[in-house]
Design a protein around this ligand. Structure first.
Ligand SMILES: [Fe+2]
Length: 214
């Protein structure tokens, strides 16, 4: 049986003093859209064409949150290597190394998908006392759509300052909508690579879809 596991670290003490203000300001500039399903990686049900959510793009993260970019490229690599038991690399391509996903209100969620990178780091940046916003990860690599992910999934509750590492390439995952109408969920999403699954394995179709690469 293929089990799902994840490793978490409380990194609150590594964050700068004003991190909450920085995150709030960056999240306010998020690009909110009906994002079309992601080629290759989407695990949405067949009838879902778009999922509405917000994204703070990688270049905005570098400008607005230089401390987060630095943690991604340095300290978090050590933690990822500890979690994985092998050397871990950050992405060389700055267009997708670290971004923020933002859900505002109780109608947004994140797409059911798998990742192209072998190790994913999520740094939760908000708490949700009213509930919702959990990351749901399916044990079954073949699970498709919200219903199947929920049927046999692990729900991980976001806690601000908690950094988790998991294998999102094998296990489909999505983020539930928030419960409260005026709540907002912000998470930093980070791509990490290993020697056996390096950055060069990232599908070029993904970059074409996201960045209009030739
Ligand atoms: Fe993911």
């Amino acid at each position: 049986m293929l089990l799902f596991h994840w490793t978490s670290f409380d990194i609150t003490s590594q964050l700068p003093e004003d991190w909450k203000e920085d995150i709030t300001a960056a999240a306010a500039e998020a690009d909110f859209q009906d994002f079309p399903r992601t080629p290759i990686l989407s695990r949405e049900a067949a009838d879902v064409t778009h999922v509405t959510r917000g994204r703070v793009h990688a270049d905005q993260v570098q400008q607005r949150l230089p401390w987060l970019y630095k943690l991604y490229r340095h300290h978090f690599l050590e933690l990822a290597a500890r979690a994985w038991g092998e050397p871990i690399e950050a992405a060389l391509d700055d267009r997708y190394g670290v971004v923020l996903n933002v859900q505002r209100g109780n109608r947004m969620r994140f797409e059911c998908h798998v990742d192209s990178n072998p190790v994913t780091g999520l740094l939760f940046l908000t708490d949700h006392p009213a509930g919702g916003g959990e990351l749901v990860v399916a044990r079954d690599p073949a699970a498709i759509g919200v219903e199947e992910l929920e049927r046999d999934g692990t729900a991980i509750t976001p806690r601000a300052g908690q950094l988790i590492f998991f294998d999102g390439k094998t296990h489909p995952h999505y983020a539930r909508p928030l419960v409260a109408e005026h709540d907002a969920r912000v998470v930093a999403v980070m791509n990490f690579y290993t020697a056996s699954c390096p950055e060069s394995t990232r599908p070029s179709e993904l970059n074409r879809h996201l960045f209009g690469d030739e």
